[in-house]
Design a protein around this ligand. Structure first.
Ligand code: ZN
Ligand code: FE
Length: 253
């Protein structure tokens, strides 16, 4: 199956997953319907499902219009059934949902919101992380504790290292700048920054990111990396205090 990146609003991404044989498709987090509809029409695709990672307006904004136009079914976390517009299929933590013969693992990853989930497409080795894990960053905590977010990030981290990460926003450049500010003189970060800035200048997306790169370079995934914590003078901070510190620094960056 093919994964298509659809820029929406100012810096959001929706993703269309296409079965090339059947021309059936699903979309993840359509913030608005128009760019999604345009793409589907151009490729003559049939939108069977709308997958939401969480209930925020910039992730569900296109739900109802798309549902009406394509007669699609909307999926979301069971506990968010009252705040995901048009929801039809309620998903549980660790459920395996199936799209066109392809297994999709759903996991509950609270922190950004209490009902946030991710969708991991096994055959495609791709995970849609919404606003939980960003490329070289992580989402703000609106409805969860630091510990919940850490545990959610651990769930993402335990996917295969070659997993492709497709997240909800194009925040990568700013996230990398922040990582470089904290993790000074890390030449791998500078390399990434140069590569991705070039792509962004050429109007390309920074998606997908690869999980192994995130584990190596994303500061928000290093709460239990003692060597790293020591290198930046945070060795006395436990996982939660380290994460809080990094989160506060990023919020004020
Ligand atoms: Zn959000
Ligand atoms: Fe968002």
């Amino acid at each position: 199956m093919d994964i298509h990146i659809i820029p929406c609003l100012k810096d959001n991404y929706a993703y269309i997953i296409e079965n090339k044989k059947t021309k059936n498709a699903c979309v993840v987090d359509p913030s608005e319907s128009e760019p999604v509809t345009n793409f589907l029409k151009k490729k003559n695709l049939n939108l069977k499902y709308i997958l939401n990672t969480h209930h925020h307006a910039d992730h569900i904004g296109g739900n109802l219009e798309l549902k009406k136009k394509f007669n699609s079914q909307i999926l979301g976390f069971e506990k968010d059934k009252n705040r995901i517009p048009g929801i039809d299929i309620l998903l549980n933590d660790k459920q395996i949902w199936n799209f066109e013969g392809s297994d999709v693992l759903v996991e509950h990853v609270p922190g950004h919101t209490s009902g946030h989930i991710f969708y991991y497409f096994k055959n495609e080795e791709a995970v849609f992380t919404g606003d939980t894990l960003f490329s070289f960053g992580s989402g703000r905590l609106f409805e969860g504790s630091y510990l919940e977010m850490i545990n959610s990030l651990k769930k993402i981290r335990s996917l295969p290292p070659e997993t492709k990460i497709f997240c909800g926003h194009e925040y990568t450049i700013n996230n990398l700048k922040f990582c470089m500010e904290i993790d000074k003189d890390n030449s791998q970060l500078t390399e990434k920054f140069n590569l991705i800035s070039g792509n962004i200048k050429n109007k390309l997306s920074s998606m997908p990111s690869i999980l192994s790169d995130e584990m190596r370079l994303n500061i928000f995934l290093k709460f239990d990396n003692l060597e790293f914590k020591k290198s930046i003078g945070f060795e006395d901070l436990n996982e939660v205090d380290f994460f809080k510190k990094i989160r506060d620094l990023k919020n004020n960056f």
